[in-house]
Design a protein around this ligand. Sequence first.
Ligand code: B4P
Length: 195
Amino acid sequence: MLNLVLFGPPGAGKGTQSEKLIRRYDLVHLSTGDLLRSQIAAGTELGLRAKQLMDQGLLVPDEVVIGMIDCKLRENQQAAGFIFDGFPRTVPQSEALDSLLVEYNTQITTMVALVVEDEELIRRLLKRGETSGRPDDQDEVTARRRVSVYNRETIPVADYYNQQGKYIAIGGIGEIDMIFETICQQIEAVATKKA
Ligand code: B4P
């Protein structure tokens, strides 16, 4: 099973690259951002609570996102593998994911981290905001808060996987297709080593 964590700050290209990776490797895409936005669109109580935090650029509580991932893993037990996009975002989320995967006799294969400098992230988020309609992409204060939440709360997740020897950093600036091919080369190198 190929289980990838696609990691990086908001606007690094996780969603963009995930779309391409799921097609190449036939993986199930689990994006906690997308799952939360569907809850908001459906007007559920969980969605209403999440929206208040997301609109401010803050993280949703760990137990909420862990519960959503647990549910999706259960629904997709026949999958060839998963791509975790925007999850885990805290160390407790990483620990919970490892425990959940043990229940299915599998584990994270590798984490691919997209590295992009902060000012480029702000530019991308605000540009996306011109068309996305996402409240968290609309203003610079919120975009900067999301990046600083990442630097404070999410960066330790990279150390967590680095300690397991599963961390790969890839430059996330440049042509989308070139970044994609670099990610694929790295994934295939890991898969060959494990085979
Ligand atoms: P997400 O939906 O994960 O939002 P994101 O970080 O903005 O997405 P992403 O990084 O995938 O955007 P992409 O680069 O593809 O999270 C939203 C919110 O949900 C969080 O702030 C939080 O509140 C909540 N949440 C989600 N998961 C959570 C969790 N696990 N725990 C707690 N809370 C959670 O796209 C950015 C833009 O860059 C696009 O317009 C794209 O076209 C562009 N782009 C991509 N690659 C490019 C390139 N190489 N060059 C130029 N532009 C590029």
